[in-house]
Design a protein around this ligand. Structure first.
Ligand code: 4NP
Length: 151
């Protein structure tokens, strides 16, 4: 799960996807990172922590980290939150296999529309809406694999 700062959107996405995976009894690893390095080492934004907590998800064990090219080798899928993240991540891809792993997360509920998860950093009211769209997208992805687990 990749966004810009790795403190607002992708920590929520990580926590939500982990919950969906647990519910589906899959054995997948989920992590998140930011294309920017400024917040590395920090806790998620307090507003993301509160919003996740209101839905029974604890994201306080997470610490922000910077996305690195090595992540293309470590992970089977790389979900980005918006088209800026998409561009920044694809710029670090070294081959077609890397590029094929990268996807806008909202493509799972709005295929082909290139929709981005809005950045809620400057908008106190945006966190619940972000949570809702991420939950629908993560659920769609996990349900889509119920009978077709990743390798
Ligand atoms: P995120 O939100 O990419 O969802 O973690 C942001 C967090 C921090 C900044 C921008 C977006 N920032 O400019 O510091």
């Amino acid at each position: 799960m990749v966004c810009l700062g790795n403190i607002c959107r992708s920590p929520l996405a990580e926590g939500i996807m982990q919950q969906k995976i647990r519910e589906a009894e899959f054995d997948w690893e989920v992590d998140s990172a930011g294309t920017g390095h400024w917040h590395a080492g920090q806790l998620p934004d307090r507003r993301s922590i509160v919003t996740a907590g209101q839905h029974g998800i604890d994201i306080t064990k997470q610490r922000a980290r910077h996305f690195q090219a090595d992540d293309f080798e470590r992970f089977d899928k790389i979900f980005v939150m918006d088209t800026h993240n998409l561009r920044d991540v694809l710029r670090q891809a070294r081959n077609e296999a890397h590029r094929a792993k990268v996807e806008l997360i909202l493509d799972h509920i709005h295929p082909g529309q290139e929709r981005g998860v809005p950045d809620p950093y400057y908008d106190d009211d945006g966190f619940e809406e972000v949570f809702q769209m991420l939950e629908r997208a993560c659920e769609a992805f996990v349900l889509g694999h119920k009978h077709r687990p990743l390798p």
